[in-house]
Design a protein around this ligand. Structure first.
Ligand SMILES: Cc1cc2nc3c(=O)[nH]c(=O)nc-3n(C[C@H](O)[C@H](O)[C@H](O)COP(=O)(O)OP(=O)(O)OC[C@H]3O[C@@H](n4cnc5c(N)ncnc54)[C@H](O)[C@@H]3O)c2cc1C
Length: 396
């Protein structure tokens, strides 16, 4: 039997939530041992470029690392790549790996992230999903492998789908199939959806609203009886949290691990990033799962502070950014069920804002191409502003 090892703090998962937790622990002076276990063969890296610069072949994989070269060694953080935690014994504070190694810890972070969904249609196996560097490389090859004009079909006009559509800029002929009438399923409102659609159209990207793929094969997506040719098909239809480990360990899980300031109900067990569901003031205290880069980093920080017995304070307004067709949109806040959108400035100028109102308050704000600096937008939404406060923001 392999020897039992010990890590003072165990970080399960090799994404930015774990990397940020390790960094925060060291910056706050923690001197005990830290072990990070990562299923992928690479050190933790930032995923946003996978659907942007890396997909288009503009940057090398070395540039997307979460920490600079040599950081883990310099800060005495041990990292095991190509290693998977298969079982967690919460009571005994013991993790077992797939290769039967066992590690005792106190405490640990579960930051196992999320995995993309596949469409529930015949031939779903012909769709690529995009979560890793290898996925991005495969998708790019399919898009440009047969020379200019190779068709890519993107399933879903959400964050990933709209970004992947920018494959058009490297010569692919892109069609986006979006089931609803709006990009981002109306989560960003009608104004930004219409404005973005125009930018995609200028790149020659065809967005077909109200269209759902009903069948896929090796060289096509089918919308009913209509064949849409595809050298590559990319599914961008959402993710599900990788919470099976936590469920099996008996933690409270409901589409994500339930946590408060990154603490689960089980002493010494923390969770952060895409796998965690946190109570949020902007959701009236309900738990939300924010599947975005800033939330993962901030969750990792909150977990580190919690492990050190420090208070990380209430969660800030969620912040997601997206880049497509040369445009940058930052969205702060939480308002999937907004009542009204207010346009601030002129969308035709490509620099504008949209406020999403729920009840009498602005619950979410989009700032397009730096209409207001994002930190300012975030502080604004964090202040739970009422509608008249918008005039203050608009005059900045
Ligand atoms: C293509 C793409 C583009 C994105 N673009 C943006 C963007 O523009 N803006 C934005 O805000 N957000 C974006 N995101 C979202 C953002 O990248 C995620 O929110 C973030 O990566 C979540 O980090 P995480 O550490 O929680 O999980 P992950 O990044 O998913 O990392 C978890 C890691 O843990 C590993 N793992 C899982 N189970 C185990 C186990 N049992 N043992 C060991 N290891 C395990 C996984 O293999 C994975 O490597 C994007 C995501 C993708 C995929």
């Amino acid at each position: 039997m392999p020897p039992r090892l010990h890590a003072d703090i165990l970080l399960i998962g090799g994404g930015v939530a774990s990397a940020r937790c390790a960094r925060t622990l060291r910056r706050r002076g923690f001197q005990g041992s830290i072990l990070l276990i990562a299923e992928e063969t690479a050190l933790p890296y930032n995923r946003p470029p996978l659907s942007k610069e890396l997909l288009r072949g503009e940057v090398d994989t070395a540039l997307i690392a979460a920490e600079p070269d040599g950081w883990y060694g310099r800060h005495d953080v041990e990292v095991w790549t190509d290693a998977t935690v298969a079982e967690l014994d919460v009571g005994a504070r013991l993790a077992r790996l797939e290769d039967a190694r066992a590690i005792s810890f106190d405490p640990c972070l579960i930051a196992t992230g999320a995995e993309p969904r596949l469409p529930d249609v015949v031939g779903a196996e012909h769709a690529h999903t995009l979560r890793s560097v290898a996925d991005a490389v495969e998708i790019r090859q399919a898009a440009v492998g047969d020379g200019p004009g190779a068709p890519t079909v993107v399933l879903g006009g959400g964050f990933i789908g709209v970004e992947v559509a920018s494959l058009a800029t490297i010569g692919s002929s892109v069609t986006v199939l979006e089931r609803s009438d709006w990009l981002w399923g109306r989560a960003l409102g009608e104004t930004i959806s219409s404005w973005a659609s125009q930018h995609l159209a200028r790149l020659g990207i065809e967005v077909r609203f109200g269209a759902t793929a009903t069948r896929l094969d090796v060289e096509s997506a089918w919308v009913g009886d209509e064949r849409v040719p595809a050298a590559g098909i990319v599914a961008g239809i959402g993710v599900r949290p990788r919470d099976a480990l936590a469920t099996a360990a008996g933690l409270e899980v409901a589409d994500g691990i339930l946590v408060d300031q990154a603490r689960s109900a089980a002493p010494g067990i923390f969770a952060a990033g895409d796998v965690a569901r946190v109570p949020h003031p902007l959701a009236d205290g309900d738990r939300i799962r924010v599947e975005h880069w800033h939330a993962a980093r901030e969750g990792g920080e909150a977990a580190a502070l919690g492990m050190l017995g420090l208070d990380s304070g209430p969660p800030r307004a969620p912040w997601v950014y997206t880049e497509f067709a040369g445009q940058l949109v930052d969205v702060v806040g939480w308002a999937p069920d907004f009542d009204e959108e207010r346009v601030l400035g002129d969308p035709a100028s490509d620099v504008f804002g949209v406020a999403y109102v729920r009840g009498s308050r602005v619950a979410q704000l989009a700032t397009v191409n730096g209409w207001v600096p994002v930190e300012q937008a975030r502080a604004f939404v964090d202040s739970r502003p009422t509608l008249p406060a918008l005039s203050r923001l608009a005059t900045i």
